[in-house]
Design a protein around this ligand. Structure first.
Ligand code: 5AD
Ligand code: SF4
Length: 442
């Protein structure tokens, strides 16, 4: 019999970290660890960190400092740092923070049980290697417990693109794809446990090459799985949006009409300095082709303002591109210099300028997103219900276009996919009415 131990994981950053945290919890489950929602009663605390922007490492050190009193009370408490800060800082974390017992980089999670055991035996453990094997293949089999209706599934990791601002190629390493058979098997298993929607994850997911037909081939293979109603994927680079994937958007009904396709800037000069390897015109033409295949697709993007060398005119070009595309959802950031990346060494745009540009961009994006959301009113959509809403009898779920939809109705169950008419648009959500109260879709 294994001893019950409590594990608290705090996850920062992207959805790939969310997936990794699930897998880490499962891997440690074999040693009797059960997840808890507070650090206060934990036997092990893991911070799954993100290094993409701003003083990420400093934030991790200050978060760790907050566990000092817990560790003083319970010297057996083990503290670990995982994720991209672990990869970037490595041994430095053990040097600077004596509270930390283990440091594990994103490519070494299959070694976590071994590292945890070392830590429990009083040693300090570190693994930030980039091994050749698929880390997920060496993690324990997933437990058979029922799951929520929607799941993330990492299919690709790493990046070979080297955008001049980005740490990912350094923290996550070169592009690696998981073989399609394994992804298909894992999806089947998730579906048996109640999952109806999967989001395929990768830093460059559309560069996936674990299937002879690329990501499009994988999507088509997954769409044949009985009981899997929805497929999404994120995040994509414009240069990897091939014809087959664009065609899949028009032909595979399970592939949802939502695409995260970051462009970062609308200025050709800035795009070149960013090493994005395409210009604004190529992006706009690509958007046209995607919309020709799937006219109602909702586009989402990422933007960086104040990239080194970005002039007022360059910034205007970004606003013009946003105007031309009409995004339904966007994330926008001030450029933050990341140590070790080429752009960090270049002359920087003053902070006040970045602030002003971010505000202007976000105002435009908010207006645009609201307009796209408002246009949903009166339309029909399937909603995959996930959890109870704010009022009695209310449930909330996601539309095909990934909007949150609140519906009040008799007997809507978690995991059900129901046809809904959108009745009202509010800040960040929609309200819908059930169309077929007695029949679930599919
Ligand atoms: N500064 C600001 N934003 C960044 N991103 C990546 N690196 C940086 C950086 N150094 C943003 C990009 C990317 C998203 C995940 O984070 O927009 O698409
Ligand atoms: Fe970073 Fe660019 Fe790779 Fe995306 S494509 S992970 S922004 S280097």
């Amino acid at each position: 019999m294994t001893i019950a131990r409590k594990l608290y994981i705090k996850t920062y950053g992207c959805q790939m970290n969310v997936y990794d945290s699930e897998r880490m919890a499962e891997a440690l489950g074999g040693q009797g660890y059960v997840e808890t929602t507070t650090p206060d009663d934990a036997d092990m605390i893991l911070l799954n960190t993100c290094h993409i922007r701003e003083k990420a490492a400093e934030k991790v050190y200050s978060e760790l400092g907050r566990f000092r009193s817990l560790k003083a009370e319970r010297p057996d408490l083990k503290i670990g740092v995982a994720g991209c800060v672990a990869q970037a800082e490595g041994e430095e974390i053990l040097r600077r923070q004596p509270l930390v017992d283990l440091v594990v980089g994103p490519q070494s999670y299959h070694r976590l049980p071994e590292l945890a055991e070392k830590a429990r035996n009083g040693a300090r453990a570190l693994d930030t290697d980039f091994p050749e094997q698929d880390k997920f293949d060496h993690l324990s089999a997933r437990p058979k417990a029922r799951r929520g209706p929607s799941a993330f599934l990492t299919v690709q990791e790493g990046c070979d693109k080297f955008c001049a601002f980005c740490v990912v190629p350094y923290t996550r390493g070169a592009e690696v794809s998981r073989p399609a058979e394994r992804v298909i098997a894992e999806t089947r298993d998730l579906v048996e446990r109640g999952v109806r929607e999967i989001t395929l994850l990768g830093q460059n997911v559309n560069a996936y090459h674990g299937h002879p037909g690329g990501l499009a081939g994988l999507v088509r293979a997954l769409s044949a799985i009985d009981g899997l109603a929805r497929i999404r994927y994120t995040t994509s680079h414009p240069n990897d949006m091939d014809d087959a994937l664009i065609a899949a958007h028009g032909e595979v009904p399970e592939l949802m009409p939502y695409l995260h396709l970051p462009v970062q800037s609308g200025s050709d000069r800035v795009l070149k300095a960013m090493n994005r390897k395409h210009n604004a015109e190529a992006y706009l033409r690509l958007v046209e082709r995607i919309r020709a295949a799937r006219p109602d697709i909702l586009l989402s993007g990422d933007f960086i303002v104040g990239f080194p060398g970005e002039s007022a005119e360059d910034f205007e070009a970004t606003l013009a591109l946003v105007d031309a595309v009409e995004y339904g959802q966007c994330y926008s950031f001030k450029y933050s210099p990341r140590p070790g990346t080429p752009a960090a060494e270049r002359p920087q745009v003053p902070e006040a300028e970045k602030d002003e540009r971010l505000q202007r961009l976000q105002t435009l994006l908010r207006t645009q997103q609201r307009a796209v959301q408002d246009r949903m009113v009166g339309r029909e959509t399937d909603v995959l219900f996930e959890k109870p809403g704010r009022t009695p009898g209310q449930m909330v779920g996601k539309s095909e276009h990934l909007h949150s939809v609140f519906v009040t109705g008799p007997g809507i169950a978690r995991g059900e996919l129901r046809r809904v008419r959108i009745a009202e648009s509010a800040t960040n959500s929609l309200r819908g009415e059930l169309l077929e109260p007695m029949h679930a879709v599919r």
